[in-house]
Design a binder for this molecule. Structure first.
Ligand SMILES: [Zn+2]
Length: 321
């Protein structure tokens, strides 16, 4: 299966056309290549990659046992990603000599129509752009790229547009999965730590976190907020402040909003974001005695019970001093 004579970069990667287990396949094959123990070259190096496999392999014996111990930490999803209208082609080394990058070409399924990225509807084809690489989650320290030539559609509604592909959005060079992977690690390590450990750039980690945050903001539910707390935080060692607004309901405590400064304008922006209707549903607002906040609360949530933060009140009480 691995004849050394072929040197087209595919020699060590047996065909797994249309296989959705390609991750496992790649992992196993690379193991074979890297640990050439004559007696049992197949199993020798296979074991250490169990957790890599666990994240990508559909739960099947014998790997399903590994998946129990290594649940996917990022999206809760397990298994190889499949994209309905696209087919993975044979994987290859980007450079057979250095073997540091794996390329997995993708082709649209025959007769499938591209989807317009503007209106999300199928549209007739127009032309095809040059091939692009999309970075996927690395295997070991080997970078993995999808390679795909985007189609353009001639959409009757939007004109000529680039198609929408399921593994990536917009002009991103990182696949969505890889961005979630990086931002997942960024919760556990510093951004630089993630970049160093995964041999990527700080910018990639930063963009991934940004993507996760904006996704979270777009998808978060602001209904049912009854109690909020506002506080200022000093930063940059000077007299610079940020305003933090939290939800402090019994079952749900979370940071809702951060604004620059601690002025009336700042805090008003929060209420604008929350919207009139939801402001009307507030029952409790907790703050310190910072005047601009007090004014905004009176104006925007005058109906709510205003709780003055005990810590701050105590500070002002002459008796406790
Ligand atoms: Zn369209």
């Amino acid at each position: 299966m691995c004849s050394e004579s072929e040197d087209d970069g595919r020699a060590h990667l047996p065909s797994f056309k249309r296989s959705h287990h390609y991750h496992l396949f790649v992992v196993e094959t690379i193991c074979v290549n890297q640990a050439r123990t004559p007696e049992n070259k197949y199993t020798a190096a296979r074991f250490p990659v169990m957790d890599v496999v666990a994240k990508h392999h559909p739960s099947r014996e014998p790997h399903s046992r590994a998946t129990e111990n290594y649940p996917h930490p990022f999206t809760g999803k397990r298994g190889v990603e499949r994209y309905k209208s696209f087919v993975y082609q044979e994987a290859r080394w980007a450079n057979p000599k250095t073997k540091t990058e794996i390329e997995i070409p993708i082709e649209p399924r025959a007769n499938s129509r591209a989807i317009c990225s503007d209106c999300d509807k199928q549209a007739p084809g127009y032309d095809r752009l040059a091939e692009r690489r999309f970075e996927f989650v690395p295997l070991w320290q080997i970078t993995v790229y999808f390679v795909y030539a985007m189609r353009r559609v001639d959409c009757p509604r939007c004109g000529v547009k680039v198609e929408r592909v399921p593994w990536c959005d917009g002009k991103n060079q990182l696949t969505t999965t890889y961005r979630w992977f990086l931002s997942g690690w960024a919760k556990r390590l510093s951004w630089k730590g993630v970049a160093d450990a995964l041999e990527t750039t700080w910018q990639n980690v930063f963009r991934s976190v940004k993507h996760a945050v904006s996704w979270g903001l777009a998808h978060r539910n602001l209904e049912g907020i009854e109690s909020i707390g506002v506080d200022e935080v000093q930063w940059q060692q000077g007299h610079k402040y940020l305003t933090f607004v939290y939800q402090i309901d019994g079952g749900r405590k979370r940071l809702l909003w951060i604004g620059k400064d601690r002025t009336m304008k700042t805090f008003l922006r929060f209420f604008r974001m929350l919207g009139k209707e939801r402001c009307g549903k507030l029952k409790f607002v907790c703050s310190d005695m910072w005047k601009p906040y007090l004014r905004v609360i009176a104006k925007k949530a005058g109906h709510a019970i205003h709780v003055l933060d005990r810590f701050h009140i105590m500070q002002k009480m002459p008796l406790t001093k």
